[in-house]
Design a protein around this ligand. Structure first.
Ligand SMILES: Nc1ncnc2c1ncn2[C@@H]1O[C@H](COP(=O)(O)OP(=O)(O)OP(=O)(O)O)[C@@H](O)[C@H]1O
Ligand SMILES: [Mg+2]
Length: 221
């Protein structure tokens, strides 16, 4: 299962504890990601005990939408949720929407060893699904329809789903999808408007580390 997610760049080691929550504008997103993890982990444990009594437990209705500018940690948080779920035995899948569509298209081909239906159903029926970068796919009637089908199916059951979207992409989103994501009765939406791109900071950290390594080398010479 994780192998499928890895095709989309899923990193198994990305966890909530490596996310710096003190960074400006990310607190709410962090807290909601953490709360969702706690509820899903609790549910997984409940299911474990219910197995003995053979009670069937219905998946909790949990939708989280992280909407914000680039580099604000949306993917990091979304992967952290998937990882925490996998750790407790839930079937959690991660997919980046544009790559997913390429992948689905490829499964139409004669050389593909996965059938389109099987792949689509795996994603559709996953206990937890993370869809990263919604709305950045090149729009086409086919692509819009596939994404809509996937989201709509899970929406109808309320099955645990995490969606990340760039603020700009939100404006161009298929209105049928947008309407469902605006259902406040199901979807917890977090706007990360005040957060800033974290990537330049990462760069600084790396440079600082390598320049101190360089000076260590030069002082040894
Ligand atoms: N608060 C944070 N603490 C630690 N690392 C962070 C934080 N925010 C972002 N990062 C790191 O910065 C990089 C960019 O974050 P990420 O990919 O999650 O951003 P994003 O919001 O998904 O961006 P994009 O919209 O471009 O996809 C990642 O390596 C991530 O681990
Ligand atoms: Mg991202």
């Amino acid at each position: 299962m994780t192998a499928l997610s890895e095709q989309f760049g899923f990193q198994r080691e990305l966890v909530l504890s490596s996310f710096r929550r003190q960074v400006r504008g990310v607190q709410e997103a962090y807290q909601e990601a953490e709360a969702m993890i706690n509820r899903l982990v609790a549910w997984a444990k409940q299911r474990e005990s219910a197995k003995q009594t053979k009670d069937a437990l219905v998946l909790p209705q949990e939708w989280l939408l992280l909407r914000g500018p680039v580099g604000t940690g949306k993917t990091h948080l979304a992967m952290s949720i998937a990882n925490a779920c996998i750790d407790v035995g839930l079937v959690a899948l991660f997919a980046t929407v544009p790559d997913l569509l390429d992948y689905l298209r490829a499964t139409y081909g004669p050389e593909s060893d996965v059938t389109y239906d099987a792949l689509f159903m795996q994603l559709r029926d996953a206990e937890v699904l993370v869809l990263d970068d919604l709305g950045t796919q090149r729009s086409s009637p086919w692509a819009d329809e596939k994404v809509f089908q996937l989201i709509n199916y899970r929406y109808n059951f309320g099955w645990p789903t995490v969606i990340t979207i760039n603020k700009k992409a939100w404006t161009y989103l298929d209105e049928r999808i947008r309407s469902r994501l605006q259902d406040a009765g199901l979807v917890l939406a977090v706007d990360m408007d005040d957060a800033q791109d974290y990537r330049p900071r990462q760069g600084k950290n790396v440079r600082r580390r390598s320049s101190s390594a360089e000076s260590a080398v030069s002082s040894e010479q």
